[in-house]
Design a protein around this ligand. Sequence first.
Ligand code: CMC
Length: 430
Amino acid sequence: MSEKTVQIVDPASSAKAELPVVTGTLGDPAIDIGKLNRETGYYTFDPGFMATASTRSSVTFIDGDKGVLLYRGYPIEQLAKHSSFLEVAYLLIKGELPKPAEFSAFEHQITHHTMMHESLKNFLHGFHHDAHPMAMLCASIASLSAFYHDTLDLSDPEQRQLAAIRLIAKMPTIAAAAYRYSIGWPVRYPRNNLEYVTRFLHMMYEVPSEPLDLNPVAAKALDLLFILHADHEQNASTSTVRLVGSTGANPYACVAAGIAALWGPAHGGANEAVLKMLEEIGDAKHVGRAVERAKDKESGFRLMGFGHRVYKNFDPRATIIRDMCHKVLADLHVNDPLLDVAMELEEAALKDDYFVERKLYPNVDFYSGIIYKALKIPTDMFTVMFAIARTAGWVAHWLEQHTDADTRIGRPRQIYCGPVERDYVDRARR
Ligand code: CMC
């Protein structure tokens, strides 16, 4: 904490508070308002947390004006180029890149926690066949606490680490099982001789009757998408995980809550919504109409995959994904007309004053759906893909929260706008 303070004075009552300024290693400073109400009688009002830092964190840093994203200090561009999802997961959780022996031990641990309890299959079978896979994932992850209730002592760092490993390891197994259940295929068990992403693709697509001929381009592309989605500081789902975590709830319940928050179209559900929007637009020649609709507030339509709370310049993940999109489609010999629609839409929006003035740029979800589609991942699984990757970030934040001396139950205040106190009236006399 710096020595600096900020003085808040209410001229009407002369109440004042000398509030400490909190600084980190990067980014804007914040005013610690912990004693504001006690000393002045005021709360702060900040719907949507536009200007509120909810915690100190050392996991991820974003500079939204410069388009910078760092995981534990490492630029996303370097990690995308040189690292793998599992290494990034290690980095997020432990804070440093692993040495070779540390990585092998971590990979071994993850690989040997990928199985799901057989009873979980019965649980999935309770769903109607056309249930959305996010519903199945959310419920199944919450149910894990019922399977591991004997290792839920949150005061034990080893049990916390074990929960983190289990969540990263089992998420792809459960996600693939949910998908296979929805299409009526038998669940495939995880194969330990494969690495994380390839194992997941095998669980998704391998049929009992023949071996899977998996294109390595697909595994590489998915691994890269997972790296780009692995964490994003205090986004809505991570903040949800932390809020639920602040009550002392178990990690499976916390991550299930994060999955629920991710599902919304303003957050991770945007990738599914983008593809539906591009399909609806259908042809590059209809892009102008879509842009006009997005500008019309009455229409209730927004350009999905556009805009971001923090990035007011480009989203660095979107830049990587756009380049990757062209490469993956070329390597897989896929000619998807939706890519032309997306490029035309991006160009039209970036030239339009409405989007320029509001600093609305394509975000991570804008091109990711076209890649998922090229990898033959069904549209309703797109947000599930995001959830698999973001699990690394969720558990990193949950672990961090449990070693932070400042962690207290998250409990915001409100500005009450309802009726003032009044007397109950007997029903017959209302
Ligand atoms: N299309 C049209 N107008 C938009 C859009 C959009 N995609 N995004 C924001 N605006 C307008 C909005 O109407 C408002 O206009 P005005 O100032 O005239 O009222 C202005 O831009 C500011 O928007 P906001 O809703 O106040 O901004 P926010 O920071 O609260 O919301 C957002 C951020 C990402 C929810 C929003 O931009 C959005 O709804 N985008 C589409 C959904 C999307 O792509 N979400 C994925 C986000 S990135 C990945 C992730 O988080 O999972």
